[in-house]
Design a protein around this ligand. Structure first.
Ligand code: ASP
Length: 343
């Protein structure tokens, strides 16, 4: 009798632990860029369109997580939807370089394996985030750039498009406006000095529209990804923080997953995404404390504008930004997508 009782008890314990495992919290956070965004300069129609697209991306990534998919797949799915929308500075509708071209950067990182993939300066790969994922999964490298990555993408069977696919007229207007201001200042001041952090590199409405996502899947694995057109009027093959692992993107199951948006030069110099993880690892800070310390204190002191989304392995999230707004949203168990733009 006693032995039967023991068997029943053990079976119950096994069932209980299995159900606990299956119930691992899942979560998804996304952003569509930080910047000088106010209700007045955005307008109600545009705000509605942004909110709608962010919700769509959240829902698509969430469906993957809910059906047992991986955090990597959820992150890349959500980002792909934002890349396809001309609203954001990623994929279609990305900002233009000084020469009027689109040069796109993206990266992704798997918090379980510590593997990462990135592409920089691409102009014919339809989805830079999928190319970054292919680099991570199917190449011995972490970061590929320029023509080489386009060759690699073809071999991987990724969709290749004419570079005009990314072009958006509004971006041309934006570039013209920017170049005009630049010319006017050159006339006034003689020459323009590009010093680190010079706001001249910022676009006229100072809106970074990079997109990113972080996710936690049912197996407790974190992932992060970021995709961007970089910064308006960038020159000489400039690469920002978005494809730089540790600066614009980072994921580690032991700490957190991070995706950044903002003035890339500052994010690179301050290794922002990794710094948040390091503060959690070495100083035992929570994801909220670590990300607020980096964005609101360390980065702000140096004049670096932008924000991050971050999530820890328990699904706790943080979305600090030191600009007036950041397009962002999250979705967690039993919740509808929550989207916001302003503080
Ligand atoms: N961080 C990006 C870059 O510097 C810009 C952005 O967030 O929109 O390339």
């Amino acid at each position: 009798m006693k032995i039967y009782f023991k068997i029943i008890l053990i079976s119950f314990a096994m069932l209980f632990s299995a159900s606990l495992k299956a119930q691992h919290k899942i979560g998804l956070v996304i952003h569509g860029g930080a910047g000088n965004i106010s209700r007045e300069n955005l307008g109600p129609e545009a705000e509605k369109a942004y909110r709608h697209k962010l919700q769509e991306a959240l829902q698509a990534g969430w469906n993957i997580l809910e059906n047992g998919g991986s955090s990597i797949d959820a992150v890349t799915e959500a980002i792909q939807i934002l890349e396809e929308s001309p609203l954001f500075n990623a994929g279609r509708g990305a900002v233009l370089t000084h020469d009027g071209k689109n040069e796109l950067d993206a990266s992704v990182m798997n918090g379980r394996t510590g593997q990462a993939g990135a592409v920089a300066g691409v102009s014919t790969i339809k989805s830079p985030i999928l190319a970054a994922k292919a680099v991570m999964e199917n190449s011995p490298h972490v970061m590929l750039s320029g023509r080489g990555v386009e060759q690699f993408a073809k071999e991987q069977g990724l969709e290749i498009v004419d570079s005009s696919y990314f072009f958006d007229k509004r971006r041309l207007e934006q570039l013209k406006k920017f170049r005009k201001t630049e010319e006017d200042r050159k006339k006034e001041e003689g020459s323009l000095q590009y010093i680190p952090g010079n706001p001249l590199l910022l676009n006229p409405d100072q809106k970074f529209g990079t997109v990113g996502a972080v996710a936690l899947d049912k197996d407790g694995n974190l992932a992060a990804g970021t995709s961007t057109g970089g910064m308006l009027n960038k020159q000489f093959g400039r690469i920002g923080d978005s494809p730089v692992i540790g600066a614009g993107t980072y994921a580690n199951n032991a700490t957190c997953a991070v995706s950044a948006t903002g003035h890339g030069e500052f994010f690179i110099r301050n290794v922002v995404a990794y710094d948040i993880s390091a503060l959690m690892e070495y100083r035992n800070l929570s994801v909220k404390e670590a990300s607020y310390e980096v964005i609101m204190t360390k980065l702000q002191k140096k004049g670096g504008e932008g924000g991050v989304i971050a999530m820890d392995r328990n699904g706790n999230i943080a979305m600090p930004f030191n600009t007036t707004g950041m397009f962002r949203g999250f979705i967690q168990k039993n919740n509808e997508p929550q989207v916001s733009v302003f503080p």
